[in-house]
Design a protein around this ligand. Structure first.
Ligand code: ZN
Length: 262
């Protein structure tokens, strides 16, 4: 823990926050500490700027200031919680010459469902797979990575923050239609059938990862948020609303769904 404490101290106005530290973000003109620095279970340092700087921008600046020992493992700073792919780069969209994705998981078997994330042009960004087991449902991402020698390979690793929204292609195709945001890809697919006049989208990694998504495509859109009917869902709906407004949505409404309709 000592090393992240030191980085936070050097960046300024540092204080303890949860499992990690808060301090000034080096990538923007920060006066209120906006940067969270934490360490994942696997020991990797994670940075997140609540003012919206990309992880890459923060890391570039932290690197430029030489705030940690250079052990040749810079990559570990850029990767998501426990989902590090060492010495490889996430490639999005997936290039045409990439091998075909293998959706089966060695331990979990065949997925019960696979959701494809596409960019605005309809190119594949990656997949989220759902597996059923005795312990209930489990989700595993699948993304395309490139090794230093140029080899493309699929890994069960997540998107890097800021993560893409689910439904970017639909947003681009239906630019004038209102947007409905639901929690989870499955719910977005259901909402799309139920409400064909809305562009139904979601964000990756669930209720706690709202701020990890790139909400810039909400600029200029009329947005309706359909919260999950639980406390966590209401909290995340509020955060989605904040993100949409921050990124220039034309209007944002949170739907109040009667519990009788559940
Ligand atoms: Zn920042």
């Amino acid at each position: 823990m000592e090393d992240i404490a030191q980085i936070a101290r050097k960046l300024g106005k540092s204080s303890r926050s949860g499992d990690g530290w808060k301090c000034l973000c080096p990538a923007h003109d920060d006066h209120n500490p906006s940067l969270s620095i934490t360490k994942s279970e696997s020991g990797h340092i994670l940075v997140y700027c609540h003012a919206g700087c990309t992880q890459d921008a923060v890391i570039a600046e932290v690197q430029r200031r030489r705030l940690w020992r250079d052990d040749g493992d810079e990559r570990s700073l850029t990767r998501d919680k426990g989902r590090l792919v060492r010495n490889m780069d996430l490639i999005m969209p997936v290039p045409a010459n990439a091998p075909a994705p293998m959706f089966n998981d060695t331990k979990l078997g065949t997925p019960s469902h696979v959701w494809e994330y596409k960019d605005a042009d309809g190119h594949t960004l990656g997949f989220i797979r759902r597996f059923e087991s005795n312990n209930g449902k489990t989700f595993r991402p699948l993304t395309c990575w490139q090794t230093k020698d140029g080899t493309l390979t699929w890994r069960p690793a997540g998107f890097i923050i800021p993560r893409p929204l689910y439904g970017l292609n639909l947003l681009a195709d239906r630019i004038d239609e209102p947007v409905i945001i639901t929690e989870g890809e499955k719910t977005a697919d259901a909402a799309a059938k139920l409400l064909p006049n809305y562009v139904a989208i979601s964000w990756p990694n669930g209720a706690k990862s709202v701020t990890g998504a790139d909400w810039s495509p909400m600029s200029g859109r009329d947005v309706f948020i359909w919260p999950d009917a639980d406390t966590e869902g209401e909290k995340s709906a509020l955060e989605v609303a904040r993100q949409c407004l921050k990124h220039g949505a034309a209007s944002v409404k949170i739907l109040q769904i009667e519990s009788a309709s559940q």
